[in-house]
Structures are given as structure tokens and as C-alpha cells.
Design a protein around this ligand. Structure first.
Ligand SMILES: [Zn+2]
Length: 118
């Protein structure tokens, strides 16, 4: 069975969108980049932490468009990873949805001494 197609990670449309973002002279879009204003090296191998990646401003899992240029930005691999780590830690800080605590109140026994009806 073929694996799921990922439009923001592969395919002709993605490669074209990626090529349009990663043009010579672009700089990293991560605000906390340790090398702000320094053009990305487009020739570094993928294994290099300073290789060029294309970041989705709004991540695909959050409903971001996979190939809309407005949602894409050049970024170092390591900066992209830092952004992803921050996004995940923020997600962890968001309190999980819990059910109302109505069942945490102690039940009073009924006046007749019968066990409460659940
Ligand atoms: Zn960077």
C-alpha cells in the first residue's frame, strides 16, 4: 500500500515552491537565528545543521498551506528545529481539555441513609 502523500514535504508542487523560496541570497527567517542576515548556504548537505530548509509559518498540522508562498520561509535546519521544539513545548504548556469537575464534589448521603443514586 502506498504511503500517504505529503503535499508540503514532497511532490512536484512542493519542489517548485521550495525552489522559489531557496534562492541565492535568502536569509534565515527565524527571529532567534544566531546568524541573522547571513545568506543561507544552499549547497550544504541535508545532514548539515546549517543547511537550508523551507519552514511553514503555520505548520501543516495546524492547518497551514503546504505550498502557498505566503506560508513559506527560508530557514536553517537547526533554526527550523528550534522553532519546532518551541512550538511543541508551547503545545505542552497548554492545559489539556478536562471534563468539568462536577464529579469531584463529595456526595452527601441522602437523608434516609440510602446510598446516593448515581
Ligand atoms: Zn537560522
Amino acid at each position: 500500500m502506498p504511503r500517504e502523500f505529503r503535499p508540503g514535504r514532497e511532490g512536484r508542487e512542493w519542489r517548485a515552491a521550495r525552489a522559489a523560496v531557496l534562492v541565492p541570497g535568502v536569509t534565515c527567517a527565524w527571529p532567534d537565528c544566531p546568524h541573522p542576515g547571513v545568506p543561507l548556504d544552499l549547497d550544504l548537505p541535508r545532514s548539515d545543521p546549517w543547511s537550508a530548509t523551507v519552514d511553514h509559518h503555520v505548520e501543516l498540522v495546524d492547518g497551514g498551506h503546504p505550498t502557498d508562498p505566503a506560508n513559506l520561509a527560508p530557514m536553517h535546519r537547526t533554526c527550523n528545529q528550534a522553532k519546532e521544539n518551541r512550538r511543541r513545548s508551547k503545545a505542552r504548556l497548554t492545559p489539556p481539555k478536562t471534563r468539568p469537575a462536577t464529579r469531584l464534589r463529595p456526595r452527601r448521603p441522602s437523608p434516609s441513609g440510602e446510598p446516593p443514586v448515581l
